[in-house]
Design a protein around this ligand. Structure first.
Ligand code: TXA
Ligand code: MG
Length: 319
């Protein structure tokens, strides 16, 4: 998607309001946090979230952190735990992200979690970010505002260099103080440090009153969306289907008769926005096979094909 000009919004009430309007219209706004600049979209808008992946140019869907203004808002979306209480009381607002089970009632886009049943939540301390969240009033999905494979931006000028023509606006709040990303702690089982960052292991240990487990698998830390434990449909998935077999659920792309169509107009951003939701919906019908039309292998199609080929791969039955 090509956006004609990147607006630089001032760190003032008028800037927050303009940024909130862009988000409400499904646009992308980069904003400062105390760690790095984030690339924000309305977390409940599938199409806006698909545009984040498109703007970053990632070849796969890595789940995104969702940013909130206050604790009550966070608790609407995740199942809260005693450890979450302890850590959030000590470190929020601040550079700590918690991974918790997502509530089934949460309206957050399935593309945000790339199909996972957990959600990464964070409450930044940066006053500019907090003012934006208040002006917008809803959860904001945001990865670091850099192109895939490049370093995270700590100045608005870094964002502009990488994202010109790809996003609508950047809220210029000056340099980020911490400069490294938030620490990520998984709380779906006993606490585990998933990514080192702005809050140290020692600080976590002091808060929890015991050492914290550290996830050693580097791939799992950088890309949980790539793991075999990642969501795969119960049904088998048949790729590049140019005709349909009897009894299959049909996931189409382009001008084809099917059960659900990722994008009749062959728009890859639209297709990405529907991918996880439609896989879930077809899977819930209980048929043994989901057949999928060929998806062009360029732009967001690379990430869509990556996800589909993982869903189609032979399953690890644990035996
Ligand atoms: O400081 C930060 O955390 C910055 C600012 C913008 O908030 N954000 C950031 O986002 O670093 P990103 O997308 O560059 O990194 C997010 C990390 C990824 O490694 C992703 O795999 C992991 O968080 N992540 C997101 N959701 C997850 C989940 N449900 N389970 C495990 N890891 C998750
Ligand atoms: Mg990043």
């Amino acid at each position: 998607m090509n956006v004609s000009s990147l607006q630089i919004l001032p760190d003032a009430a008028q800037g927050y309001d303009q940024a909130a309007t862009v988000l409400r219209d499904g646009g992308l706004v980069a904003f400062p946090t105390e760690t790095v600049y984030g690339l924000g979209a309305d977390a409940c808008n599938d199409h806006a979230v698909a545009r984040i992946y498109d703007a970053k140019g990632r070849p796969s869907f890595n789940p995104l952190i969702v940013h909130f203004a206050n604790l009550d808002a966070v608790k609407q979306h995740v199942k809260w735990t005693a450890e979450a209480d302890l850590l959030s009381q000590t470190f929020w607002p601040g550079p700590l992200t918690l991974v918790l089970p997502k509530k089934p009632t949460s309206p957050i886009s399935r593309l945000v979690t790339a199909g996972l049943e957990t959600l990464a939540v964070r409450m930044p301390a940066h006053p500019t970010a907090r003012s934006l969240f208040t002006a917008f009033g809803g959860p904001i999905a945001a990865p670091s505002a850099n192109r895939s494979g490049q370093i995270s931006p700590t100045l608005a000028s870094h964002v502009i260099q990488g994202m010109e023509g790809r996003i609508e606006a950047v809220l210029d709040g000056g340099p980020c103080a911490v400069g490294v990303e938030s620490t990520i702690v998984g709380l779906t089982d006993k606490p585990v440090l998933l990514r080192p960052g702005g809050i140290t292991e020692e600080q976590l240990r002091d808060c929890l009153g015991r050492p914290i487990a550290i996830r050693k698998n580097a791939e799992a830390i950088s890309a949980p969306g790539q793991l075999s434990s990642h969501y795969a449909p119960t049904a088998a998935v048949r790729l590049n289907a140019t005709e349909w077999n009897a009894g299959e659920m049909r996931l189409g792309f382009g001008d084809v008769a099917c059960d659900l169509n990722l994008s009749p107009q062959e728009d890859l951003v639209e297709a990405a926005s529907h991918l996880f939701d439609y896989l879930h919906r077809l899977d819930s019908k209980g048929h043994p096979v989901i057949a999928v039309s060929p998806i062009p292998h360029h732009g967001l199609g690379v990430a869509i094909n990556d996800r589909l080929s993982r869903a189609a791969a032979p399953r690890d039955t644990g035996s």
